[in-house]
Write a protein that binds this ligand. Structure first.
Ligand code: H79
Length: 422
């Protein structure tokens, strides 16, 4: 089945990781990493009161950055639910904020003209029937401790809960455009995990059928351990258009601002704007999307660094979106430190470093009608070497026939990534 066209046209979305872990503010895996007991973690539940939560403001920030869709964590691995689920008490309704945050999110995102998606964790560290995992050196039986923790736990009951909650989310909130399930870990990459989980544990076939039955147009990711609509490299850029079994596939890289998905107060490893723009461009040049994450604070707003980063990306997008929306890879070969994207007969040359006056484009002589910078529509002059001539000594640095050479200004334009439109 073909994926809805909006997804590969829009190219750029916002991921939002938000939940109780915004309060400790040191990574969304904090409960697991620091072996925090349920009792201690419950303090975040009792103090969750995001009084500055304003999803219209989130959506406006996303829109200004050039993002076209937004994906919110309805539930992360800690099991805390951001909507009014009837299947558990462990929801935002029972915290001091006392609101269905998913409902407000979906309404706000739509009101700003963006598409709304959900992230939903398959893993659940809170549900009493979720069989506990463990790391182990390879051996035959789980350690006694893991066996003891799992007495009375029943994944069949957890599956019913998982499917029931997805049904709530896909029936109670109108059209949902996208679903990111997260994640399966029962394969060669995870051979050191006791009780690793995959399609049997999640009931993946049934869950995917339920998802599509309730939302026929929805786009579903690939982490149910069965094929989905797209593949989702996490925090890495593939080196070419992605393929599965030799066939091109739709893909989307999910990326963080600083290596953490949840709000991480003391993390100073923030990616600069020009790097994030290069990552977006790199993805589109390889036929991929980017889902860029923000982790809102415990008060419900975006921190100053996230806001400044989004503004910076937006400043670039407002002048360069023509090279992103509806664009994809080009059959032409891009010079080193550049990326091509192409839409129809327009070719976009993205310059990741600044050249020494010239940039040589192989095989484009005779094919270009006009060249300009995208940010200010200023003409870029160029010379061409007739593809039919034999001579090698052309006076243009020995470039081969067929080369088109752009003459670029000495001073690099003051934009994150300069783009020449051909
Ligand atoms: O939600 C964000 C992350 O929290 C989640 N996916 C993004 C979108 C994610 N975190 N980690 N991972 C995905 C992969 C991590 C795998 C491991 Fe493990 C965690 C390897 C070791 C610890 C789970 C437990 C798999 C093996 C043992």
């Amino acid at each position: 089945m073909a994926i809805p066209a909006w997804f590969t046209e829009d190219r750029f979305g916002m991921f939002i990781h938000w939940g109780l872990y915004a309060l400790p503010a040191r990574h969304e895996w904090v409960k697991n990493r620091e072996r925090i007991t349920d009792e201690d973690y419950d303090r975040y539940f009792r103090h969750f009161e995001p009084d500055l939560f304003d999803p219209r403001e989130w959506a406006r920030s996303a829109k200004r950055a050039g993002m076209k869709y937004m994906v919110l964590t309805t539930k992360h691995h800690d099991g805390f639910c951001l909507w009014d689920s009837k299947l558990t008490d462990y929801t935002s309704m029972n915290t001091p904020i006392g609101k269905d945050l998913v409902a407000e999110f979906v309404e706000a995102v739509r009101a700003e003209g963006l598409r709304a998606g959900f992230y939903h964790s398959l893993i659940d560290w809170h549900h009493p029937d979720f069989v506990v995992d463990g790391l182990h050196p390879r051996r035959d039986d789980p350690p006694e401790e893991i066996k003891r923790l799992n007495e009375g736990r029943d994944m069949a009951r957890y599956r019913a809960y998982l499917h029931g909650q997805v049904e709530e989310l896909l029936t109670g909130y109108g059209t949902i455009d996208y679903l990111f399930y997260d994640f399966s870990y029962k394969d060669d990459d995870h051979h050191d995990v006791w009780n690793g989980k995959g399609k049997e544990e999640w009931g993946s076939e049934e869950l995917l059928a339920l998802t599509r039955g309730l939302q026929p147009e929805i786009i579903v990711n690939d982490r149910l351990a069965i094929p989905g609509d797209l593949v989702t490299p996490e925090q890495y850029q593939p080196d070419r258009p992605m393929e599965v079994d030799g066939q091109p596939v739709v893909w989307e890289a999910c990326q963080t601002l600083n290596g953490s998905w949840g709000y991480d107060r003391d993390n100073l490893n923030v990616k600069p704007v020009d790097l994030l723009v290069r990552m977006l461009v790199d993805g589109v040049s390889k036929n991929g999307n980017m889902l860029l994450n923000v982790g809102p604070t415990g008060r419900g707003d975006f921190d100053a660094t996230a806001l400044a980063t989004l503004e910076g990306i937006g400043a670039w997008m407002s002048r360069h979106q023509r090279s992103i929306y509806g664009a994809g890879p080009s059959p032409h070969r891009a010079p080193v430190d550049t990326r091509y994207t192409q839409r129809g007969n327009r070719l976009y040359l993205h310059l990741f470093t600044w050249p020494f006056g010239h940039v040589h484009l192989p095989d484009l002589a005779g094919k270009v009608e006009y060249a300009q910078f995208l940010h200010d529509a200023s003409e870029i002059k160029y010379r061409e070497i007739d593809p039919s001539i034999k001579a090698q000594n052309t006076g243009l640095g020995g470039q081969p026939p067929g080369t088109l050479t752009l003459s670029l200004p000495v001073v690099r334009p003051d934009v994150a990534v300069p783009v020449v439109e051909l």
